[in-house]
Design a protein around this ligand. Sequence first.
Ligand code: SF4
Length: 472
Amino acid sequence: MPRTQSTARPTAGPRKRPPAHLAARARKVGFVSLGCPKALVDSERILTHLRAEGYEVAPTYEAADLVVVNTCGFIDAAVDESLEAIGEALEQNGRVIVTGCLGARPERILERHPHVLKVTGPQAYEQVVGAVHEYLPPRHEPFFDLLPPQGVRLTPRHYAYLKIAEGCNNKCSFCIIPAMRGRLASRRIDEVLREAERLAAAGVKELLVISQDTSAYGADLRYARAEWRGATYETRFIDLARGLGELGIWVRLHYVYPYPHVDAVIPLMAQRRVLPYLDIPFQHGSRTVLKRMRRPAHAQDTLGRIRSWRRECPDLTLRSTFIVGFPGETEQEFAELLAWLDEAGLDRVGCFKYSPVEGAAANALAPHIAPEVQEERHARFMERAAQISARRLAARVGQRMRVLVDSVADGTATARSEADAPQIDGVVRIVDDGKLRAGEKSVAQLRAGDWADVEIVAADAYDLAGRLTTIG
Ligand code: SF4
C-alpha cells in the first residue's frame, strides 16, 4: 500500500455502513502488511479469504473502501512503525481495521488512535474478516467470488511461505511471542500438504516452511495421523519433510531447533528431497548465555551435531541469527561465541544487539550491557561472520549450480541458489559477459520464476556472480 497520497482528510469517527454508492460495485479493501514473514502469511490468508468472498484488493488508500493494517509489535521500533502506519491509513482513508501482533494490546492502539473501526489480535483471521463484513458487508456475486487456485499471495508467483503452526511452547527469556501469539497450535499434516500441493500446481517453485518452532511441529496434536495421496503421514516434522519432498519443488525449512530428532531430515537433504538448507536460530554459542536465554535445546552439543550433519550432507547450508550483548554477557562468554562461530562455519548469519522488549523476562536480568560494548561486540561478530561467509562462498567459484530467477533488470538477473532464502540471504547475479558460446542463452531471455544453470565466476562476502549456461 503506497503511502504517497497527498490529500489528507480529517480523521473521521467510525462509520458503520458503507457509503450508498457502493451498493452496485465490488467492495475494495486496502491492506498494509508490516512485520515478519509469519505476519505476511497471515495477511495472505486474510486476503485469500476476502477475495474468496468477492472483495477486491485496492492498490491505494484512495481506492479502498476501508483499510486493514496488519501490525507488528515485536520490539518498540516495530510498535512505533505500526502506530504510524495506522495514523497514515486513518488520515488517508478514515476507515481502518487493525490486526496482528500489536492488536494483542488494543489499549496501545486506542489511546493514540481512538477512531479505528476495530482492533483484533494475532491469528484472528475470522475476527478480521468478521470486522470487514461488519463495516463493509460483502456483495454476493458469483463472478466476483472466483479465486485463483493459489490464493492471493504477497510474494512473487514463484515462491510462497507455508505456515505450518501458530504460537510457541518455548519460554525464551527475551521473547514475548508466546504471550502474544499463544501456545503451539499446529495445522494437521493433510491440510498443510494439500495447501502445498495447490501452491505447487499453481506454479510455485519454492516453498518456505515457517512457524515459530518448526521442529516442534505436531507435538500439540500428539502427532495426529492423516492420509494424503493414499499414504499415512503423522503430523510431525519428519513426515512433513517427507510429504513436501514428494512435490518435486524446492522446500526450504526455517526456524528449526537442533534437537536429536532433526537428524532424520539430513538424509532427505542429501537426496535433494528437500533443500540442503537449515535455518536454525542458535542465538548464542555460550551454554551459560543460552541457559539464561532459556533457549530450546540449549544443552545440546550443537557443534557435534553440525559436524555429523555435514558428514552426511556436505552441501548443507546453515543459516542462523544471534544476539550479542545479552544481559550479563561477559567478555569470556562473547569469546566463546566467536570460537563457536569459527568452529561451526555457518554460511549465513544475522546478528542483533539485545534490546529489551516490554514484558520479557530477560529485562530483569543484570547487568545490562552498555550500548557501546554491544556495538563493539556486534562489529567484531559481523567481521568474523563475513570472513567465514567469504571463505565458504569463494569455494563455490568454478562450480555449476541451479538457480531460480527472482528478477531481471538492466541486463542483470538476480537469482538464488539452494543456499539462498529470499530476502534474508545472498543472491547469484547473472550478467552477460558478451561471450556467448554455442548453445548458451543470454540474460535477456530470462524471466522471473525461470530455472537456470550457471557457472560461478566470482564471489564476495555475501553474493555470487555467475555465467548463464542453460535456461529451464
Ligand atoms: S522459540 Fe523462543 S524466540 Fe522463538 S517464538 Fe518461541 S519463545 Fe520466542
